[in-house]
Each structure stands twice: as C-alpha cells, then as structure tokens.
Ligand binder design. Structure first.
Ligand code: PRP
Ligand code: ADE
Length: 190
C-alpha cells in the first residue's frame, strides 16, 4: 500500500511563496527614477521552485471561482500565463497601448513612476466570464484599477485581483476597490 502526503493547504502554499519572495526578490533603489525602491521579482521567476511557489500561491490566493485569467503588461504576463496553465484556464493579455491588433478598448492610468494606457481585446472576453486579474506588484493601484475597469467594460465579472506584492504605503488597494467589489489579495504586503 502506498501513502501519499496530503495536498498542501492554502496557508502552506502562501507561506512557501512568501519564503521564496523573501529569499529571492531583488531590491533596487532609485529605479526607474530617483526615490523609487523597485521590487524586482524576476529572480523569483528564474528559480524553478520560486516560480512554482508563486504560481501555486496566486492560483489559490482568491478563493472565488474564475474561468479566465488576465495578465497585466508585462511582468503580469509571465504570472498570468503560469496561473492559467496551472488552473486549466485561458489567459487574456491586457497590454500597454499600441500593441494589440484589431479592435481594442483602452483606459489611461497613472502609476508610481509615470502614466500609461492599457488596452484589451473585448472580443476575447466571453460575456459574464469570471476573471482573475494577476500582476506582480500593487503599488498606487492605477494599473490594476484600469485593468478591472476595462474588463468590466468588456462584459466580464472580476473574480478577484491577485498580486505577488502589495506596497501598502502607496494605498493602491483603495483605488482597486473603487473599481471592483471583488477581493484584492496579495501574497505578501510590504
Ligand atoms: O500599482 P501601480 O502604481 O499601477 O504599479 C504597479 C504596476 O507597475 C509595474 O508595471 P510597469 O508599468 O512598471 O510595467 P512592466 O511590468 O512592463 O515593468 C508592475 O508590474 C505593475 O503592473
Ligand atoms: N516599487 C515598485 N517595484 C516594482 N514594481 C513597481 N510598480 C510600481 N511600483 C513598483
């Protein structure tokens, strides 16, 4: 008779990701502009255990069911695709302006170190789809709030917003919560 170990709990999956993030995140001062402390998770993603831990944690961070994952340009693409494969969903690319071909809807936003515009192909969103929005960092919340607004405009329902890291002092959570009633969950809050 074989004995398999029980599946890890949600708390264990979140804890493993926090450990990987603490060990592997690169912190860079004054990037991309003076005064910004940049939290770079690319070393976490380059590590097989780190990538798996963060993917598993993002996949269970929001407990509401979802049918589709949306990854936010550009680091959110890596995470969104990983979560989509892990959970058996498709993935939407919410891209910076001028990159998506064909009919798009767009929204201007501001973030910690500038301004931008996000775009989405509304035809890729099935009516009423429950979408999990995935990104690496929640800072001022401008990016995630704009993404939620676009998805809602396209006919989706937001299942939740899952991010790897929340920079709490920048107050982004309130901005996202103004755009959606869905839960906003960060694996780690700094
Ligand atoms: O909460 P906010 O203040 O909006 O900031 C968070 C956003 O900032 C970063 O993206 P960035 O625009 O630097 O793009 P990148 O992923 O292409 O580096 C990060 O990946 C988030 O998407
Ligand atoms: N401080 C920061 N580090 C990494 N990504 C960010 N996006 C916005 N602010 C950021």
């Amino acid at each position: 008779m074989t004995h398999s170990s029980p599946a890890p709990t949600r708390a264990e999956l979140l804890g493993s990701a926090v450990t990987a993030l603490e060990q592997l995140t690169r912190v860079v001062s004054d990037f991309p502009s003076a005064g910004v402390v940049f939290r770079d998770i690319t070393p976490v993603l380059a590590d097989p255990g780190g990538l798996m831990a963060v993917t598993q944690a993002l996949s269970v961070a929001v407990t509401q069911p979802f049918d589709l994952v949306a990854g936010l340009d550009a680091r959110g693409f890596l995470l969104g695709a990983a979560v989509a494969v892990h959970t058996g969903c498709g993935v939407l690319a919410i891209r910076k302006a001028g990159k998506l071909a064909g009919a798009v809807i767009g929204k201007d936003y501001s973030l910690e170190y500038g301004t931008g515009r996000l775009e989405l192909h509304p035809d890729d969103v099935p009516a009423g789809a429950r979408v999990l929005v995935v990104d690496d960092v929640l800072a001022t919340g401008g990016t995630a709030a704009a993404a939620c607004s676009l998805l809602i405009q396209a006919g989706a329902r937001i299942a939740g917003v899952a991010v790897v890291m929340e920079l709490v002092d920048l107050g982004g959570r309130a901005r996202v919560e103004a755009a959606t009633d869905a839960p906003v969950v960060a694996i780690c809050a700094l």
